[in-house]
Ligand binder design. Structure first.
Ligand SMILES: Nc1nc2c(c(=O)[nH]1)N[C@H]1C(S)=C(S)[C@@H](COP(=O)(O)O)O[C@H]1N2
Ligand SMILES: [Mo]
Length: 230
């Protein structure tokens, strides 16, 4: 298939997915709550920039399972499978040939630090979904990291336009300690929902708990509801 034709297909599938999840996305807490818990100026999503219980930091702390996998670009692969019409196993070059998005967003860690206005570049989860075409039965994704980490996200959260698989932060390749070469970010959920060193995204027909979710952290992780634990 021609590159231009491939892109057109992704754009068409993206529009369809957006329409399919539009109503559900509107009903998510970080879009619909009219009394969000938090303080500070209104952020780009209409929420107070500092969710309740959070403190702004300028530094960027590192959290991991005690192991930072080393993934070279030639060995890097991204598998997207499960409840999809068109499973893929992308190489680095194939990933970088997908539509690229620049976005500025905030990062809220459940351990109470938030870092604001982070400048990212990467591929929207929405565009990856458009590529693989989730079946009607898909309701959640499970993300897997090269370090064995897992975390689950509902489709209506995952398909928001600021959920990205990022490879660039502040104009530079994402550092290994922060999940480089590629990690996911979830600005409207606590940051543990974004897998560092992401390796696989599995579309699921029902919810399933990830690493922290199985250990007492919230399934849903809404910062403006102080939704930290289950
Ligand atoms: N693969 C993987 N992803 C992960 C983690 C991890 O241990 N492994 N930790 C999570 C947690 S708890 C947080 S707060 C953020 C931290 O990202 P940072 O280390 O870049 O600040 O990554 C999340 N993603
Ligand atoms: Mo965290």
């Amino acid at each position: 298939m021609e590159e231009s034709e491939k892109l057109e297909r992704i754009i068409e599938a993206r529009m369809k997915l957006k329409a399919r999840f539009e109503e559900k996305i509107k009903l998510t807490p970080s879009v619909s709550d009219d009394r969000p818990m938090g303080v500070g100026k209104t952020n780009r999503h209409g929420m107070p920039n500092t969710p309740t219980g959070q403190t702004i930091t300028q530094k960027w702390p590192v959290l991991d399972l005690g192991y930072q996998p080393d993934v070279s670009l030639d060995r890097w692969r991204l598998i997207i499978d499960g409840e999809v019409e068109n499973p893929v196993r992308l190489t680095w070059d194939e990933f970088m040939a997908l539509p690229q998005t620049d976005d500025t967003s905030d990062f809220h860690c459940v351990t109470t630090w938030s870092k604001l206005n982070m400048e990212w570049k990467g591929v929207r989860l929405l565009d990856l979904a458009a590529l693989v075409q989730p079946k009607e039965t898909a309701s959640h994704i499970m993300c897997y990291g090269y370090d064995t980490y897992t975390t689950n996200v509902s489709m209506e959260e995952a398909l928001k336009p600021d959920v990205l698989l990022v490879h660039t932060f502040d104009g530079k390749p994402l550092a290994k300690e922060h999940g480089g070469p590629v990690r996911m970010i979830t600005p409207q959920l606590y940051a543990w929902k974004g897998s560092k060193w992401i390796k696989r995204i599995e579309f699921l027909p029902q919810n399933k708990l990830g690493f922290w979710e199985e250990r007492g952290y919230s399934n849903t992780a809404y910062p403006w509801r102080n939704d930290r634990y289950s």
